[in-house]
Design a protein around this ligand. Structure first.
Ligand SMILES: Nc1ncnc2c1ncn2[C@@H]1O[C@H](COP(=O)(O)OP(=O)(O)OP(=O)(O)O)[C@@H](O)[C@H]1O
Length: 678
């Protein structure tokens, strides 16, 4: 990651004396990621609170925004269309007049019913538009209220904050905190774009102090380097605590996950694994790896893993440690270390100008043929995809599109299906009868919990985070987010079984001394075909393809295991004659190989972050090589796209099985036998 240039004065007085402030230094500038998407960058006006607020929210719908204007227009247009136009007769003569009167009667009678209808429709439209408008305004008002509420709460509960920072608006909120944007008051003299920006995380007062201490310790000891968020200072006032961190402009995963190119996906995952490798070196499990805890700026490619609220340390005996007690010697030594960090300089925040300069520097470097960031032109996917898409879906009727959508929903529902006889509170039993209770940490976000957590296995490891990274990769490759969406742990395990099959999950369960009771067998699905089926649904369901495989009686042969047409069978090692969709997939076979290793059901066989970074997927033919002119690299990329276009699915599947890194596949002594019996 590129180091950010310094734009700030380090000789300023620290504004706190009697405050309960512990300042920490040693944060590397590389962690202060910047981006270009912030509206503040565009504004060069002198700073003011309202300016900041207005700017900051400019990517959200304004109170009367485009949508409201559209609604208003609809309202006015409707009013215009209901005005009837009347033509006056201009010629005299009785007969002629009578004729005219009759004609007019006919004319006015017929249009009258049309006018009535139009008027009725317009009225309905108007009413709907007004309803939508008021709902939207209410929503905006609610957002503003929440914003004001968060500001007020922070200022009232930690009054010292208002002596150091101008707090502008809320930028995020989670279960445990509100995050607000702040700039230093002592930088009020600077133009808005030069002021350093900080994210102030205000913990809910109900948060357990040990939890806050744990998060603080992780950020202090681990953060600031290798894509892990650092901390500038921590401010406490009675039972209220706020962390001050460098602010980073980022993109919402939800807005970009479908459109990230191969190179962007590769960079995103590499950055995530670099962060995890770093965290795991400290024997710490993050436990909450998910897109909303990742700050990623698409323009600059910068990346930060944040939110250590659920992090846990692994003890030397392999058990997950509970958090430090506040009175423990470890907690004291940590607080002492933080005290000594107080003397260090307050590290840089992240000004909009610094962010823009950073972005320009990256562009310049790229123009000279260097840099490691994403070039959107180079990374726009296989060149023939749009043409192929047109061919496949160019003449789809509305009904075809609706059918395709329904078909995809059916598949998603099937993957999320839970057997009706499953008991959500009692779905897993211990095979070891002496161990009656099964206490294990479940901390984490539903949808990202690995099998060992769902199986209540107490000896969890950093493999928990690797699984979550795999779930993110699954969303990126399949263009489905969230991929797993279970309402409870039992359903979550069912989702995993529906994708990976019952045998791998049963084997893992048995190895972990657990037994899963299942009423029927579930086939393992082929990850690549599943991802392609979702990402390229329009190809898989193209009417021509369906016609090609239709039987003379008009029916389509279905696979009994995966419930898909046999030519689209998703089963691993399918025996059906498959439609291959050659050259369609933007992602190479080794992407799916990595995916299957990250999502290895058995935690002991799951790849580590360190090993994953050596995977061929990151062999990076696509990364821009410093010193090589860019046009030559573009040519190289096109050549690679062409090569990949010739890659067929069977050869890809064969390569999926090839091992690239050796690690022990042996199970604990009794496990292989036991697993074999299942
Ligand atoms: N340094 C930062 N720069 C910019 N935005 C940030 C920063 N830190 C946090 N945010 C925003 O605030 C949101 C919530 O932050 P965080 O995940 O730390 O809080 P949380 O209460 O633990 O959330 P959750 O309950 O969802 O895990 C993030 O998703 C992000 O959008």
């Amino acid at each position: 990651m590129d180091k950010k240039k310094s734009h700030h004065h380090h000789n300023q007085q620290t504004p706190t004396k009697s405050l309960n402030v512990i300042r920490m230094g040693g944060q590397e500038k590389s962690a202060l990621n910047v981006g270009g998407a912030n509206p503040i960058t565009e504004s060069t006006k002198k700073s003011s609170l309202t300016n900041y607020q207005r700017n900051f929210h400019s990517n959200k719908p304004p109170i009367v925004g485009d949508h409201e204007h559209a609604l208003m227009n609809r309202y006015h247009n409707d009013r215009q269309t209901v005005m009837p136009t009347v033509t006056q007769p201009s010629v005299s003569g009785l007969h002629y007049q009578q004729q005219q009167q009759q004609a007019q009667q006919v004319l006015t009678q017929k249009p009258k019913s049309t006018v009535e209808l139009t008027e009725k429709l317009a009225k309905i439209n108007r009413r709907n538009a007004m309803k939508e408008l008021s709902a939207l305004q209410a929503k905006n008002m609610q957002a503003i209220d929440k914003n004001e509420e968060a500001l007020k709460e922070l200022q009232e509960s930690i009054p010292e904050i208002s002596k150091i920072f101008d707090v502008h608006c809320r930028i995020g909120s989670g279960t445990f905190s509100s995050v607000l944007l702040g700039t230093l008051q002592r930088e009020r003299c600077l133009v808005e774009t030069q002021r350093r920006r900080f994210a102030i995380k205000h913990h809910n007062p109900t948060n357990h102090p040990e939890r806050i201490l744990r998060e603080l310790e992780c950020m202090f000891r681990i953060g600031g380097v290798n894509n892990v968020i650092g901390i500038n200072c921590c401010i406490r006032s009675n039972d209220n605590v706020a962390f001050v961190m460098p602010y980073m402009t980022h993109d919402r995963f939800h807005d970009i996950f479908r459109s990230l190119s191969l190179q962007e996906v590769r960079d995103y995952l590499r950055n995530l694994l670099v962060a995890l490798r770093h965290v795991h070196k400290f024997n710490v499990i993050h436990r909450d790896v998910k897109p909303s805890n990742i700050l990623y700026n698409r323009r600059t490619g910068k990346f930060l893993l944040c939110d250590f609220g659920l992090a846990q340390r692994i003890a030397d005996d392999g058990s997950v440690m509970q958090s430090n007690e506040l009175s423990s010697p470890e907690a004291f030594s940590f607080l002492r270390d933080m005290e000594s960090g107080r003397k260090l300089m307050l590290p840089d925040g992240n000004s909009a100008q610094a962010e823009a300069e950073d972005y320009m520097a990256i562009r310049r470097m790229r123009a000279l043929g260097g840099g490691g960031c994403v070039d959107h032109d180079l990374a726009s996917g296989p060149p023939n995809i749009h043409r192929l898409r047109e061919l496949a879906g160019g003449h789809l009727t509305k009904k075809d599109v609706a059918n395709q959508k329904a078909d995809t929903m059916r598949l998603l529902n099937r993957l999320r299906h839970v057997g009706s006889n499953m008991d959500p509170n009692n779905y897993v039993v211990s095979t070891n009868t002496t161990k009656k209770e099964m206490h294990a940490s479940r901390a984490g976000t539903p949808g990202y919990r690995p099998p060992e957590v769902l199986l209540r296995y107490p000896h969890q490891s950093t493999a928990v985070d690797v699984w979550a990274a795999g779930v993110i990769m699954l969303s990126l490759l399949s263009a489905v987010h969230p991929f797993f969406k279970a309402p409870h742990d039992c359903a979550a395990l069912a989702e995993i079984i529906n994708l990976f099959g019952d045998i791998p999950v049963r084997k893992t369960a048995f190895m972990l001394d657990r037994l899963i009771m299942l009423a029927h067998k579930v086939n393992t699905l082929d990850l690549r075909r599943v991802c392609m089926r979702f990402r390229y649904a329009d190809f898989f369901l193209a009417p021509e393809t369906l016609r090609k495989y239709r039987r003379p009686d008009g029916s389509t042969e279905m696979c009994r295991s995966c419930d898909q047409p046999t030519f689209n069978c998703l089963c691993h090692n399918s025996g059906h004659h498959l439609e291959m969709y050659d050259g369609l997939d933007e992602f190479p076979a080794n992407a799916y190989d990595l995916l299957s290793r990250l999502l290895e059901v058995n935690p002991q066989k799951r790849i580590t972050a360190e090993e994953a970074l050596k995977h061929p997927f990151f062999n990076d033919q696509h990364r821009i090589t410093p010193g090589v002119p860019l046009h030559q690299q573009k040519h190289m990329l096109q050549h690679q796209h062409q090569l990949r276009a010739r890659e067929t699915l069977p050869s890809a599947a064969a390569r999926t099985l090839k091992a690239f890194v050796s690690y022990s596949t042996e199970l604990p002594s009794t496990a292989p036998q036991a697993a074999g019996n299942v």
